[in-house]
Design a protein around this ligand. Sequence first.
Ligand SMILES: C[S@@+](CC[C@H](N)C(=O)[O-])C[C@H]1O[C@@H](n2cnc3c(N)ncnc32)[C@H](O)[C@@H]1O
Length: 441
Amino acid sequence: LNTWRQITSHVIGLSLASSVWDLYKREILQSLPLKVDDIPGNSGYLHGLFRALDSLGWVDRASDGIVSWTERGKKLTDQAFRLEVVPELLESFSNEFLEVATGNTEIGDWLRGHQAAPVMLAPDEAGKPGPRELLKRLGWWNGDSWTDAGHQALRQSSIYQYPLSYLPMLRRTEELLFGDCELLRKRLGSGEEVHVDRRADIKFSGQVFSGSVAPVLWDIFLPLLDSNPAFLLDVGCGDGRMLAELGQRAPGVRLVGVDFNPVACEVAAENLRSFPGSLVVTGDVGNPKGLAETLAQHGLDLRDALVVTKSVIHNRPYKVPETRGPGRTQSCCADAQGRLISAADLEGSLIECLRNWKECLGRHGFLIVEVHATPCEVARACAGRTLAPAMELTHCYSGQLLVEPEVYYSAAEAAGLKSKAHREIGQSSFGHFHMTVDHFV
Ligand SMILES: C[S@@+](CC[C@H](N)C(=O)[O-])C[C@H]1O[C@@H](n2cnc3c(N)ncnc32)[C@H](O)[C@@H]1O
């Protein structure tokens, strides 16, 4: 558990440190208590950042929007000046060991995370760590070999890929929080996104599928084949790893992947090549009707598919919805201009997305693996185990629309979807579940 505690602190540091430094540099941290809406900047991202600090127990947020320090937060801000090195660490991210005097504090852990991540992701050819001094300090290397904690850290180190895949965005948090944040939402001429290294992101996501999701998925998935779907349709298929694993257990069922990113389409098509008739098309999870038309061009009827999706519903592009929800979510999400989306609109957008799907589904239904927002009090209670503050901030910054599980299920109900089978994921590592699997019809 101690090793995992170190790693979670590193990952949280990688995700939050540059933003906390931005607040410090502008003397915003030093000016608390204050109202988030009074800070000049992009309200959606600022609210997301203070929510993450709340999840860490650094600040309290009152219902009138005023943020103030907790005792713990006050102590930590005394250390915030040390984060000055973070932009440089993120810029010259390499295997070179950068000596940063940090002391035995949470901020120290955050900085060590910036150094440990590249080392742990790239041991040298002999499987030995590159710069060993840091690893000795972490207790992971004893001078000759990996310690038990080091072996454990190696097993868990793939989690460092998560914040690193958002490195292009984490290098530019100042623009996100205070500048022209739309720059980061632009796409290159090729359709590739600029805020995320999608190749790294889908690789990591595929690993999460195999490590955490697959073990609980099979007893829901396999009985669904009894209804003989004509094809499996994975929406937001990433590298195609999940679809390939499903396909191995569904011999003879055609595999169709959908993604809105050209890099993902390319990688998925390559990974699905050995499955006869497999197909990868471009499409958006937020537009099932458009997807039905694309499939029709390939002679496929969306109603004949067993539709699956993992970690994508919350990544639909945000459109102001016509329906408004009851406004219960505490999650902080931003629109494309970086403005805070109201709770009622956030819920309404989810209801509309799921309702559009309900109208397009056939009898085989929709198997959804989805990630959720974690209430701040739950994250605080699971400190040292949970990655919620890091995950939610990177989701917020990248325009993703997480809501709490209860909000998600009431949106599904409002959309007319019923869950016929349900599982939860995350309890054993995070201390709370943060993902669910459901077969909706
Ligand atoms: C977090 S990855 C998940 C990949 C895969 N489903 C998995 O879990 O391993 C998200 C994938 O969904 C794709 N994606 C994100 N938003 C999408 C959208 N609105 N429509 C279609 N694909 C989307 C991304 O390009 C990426 O490949």
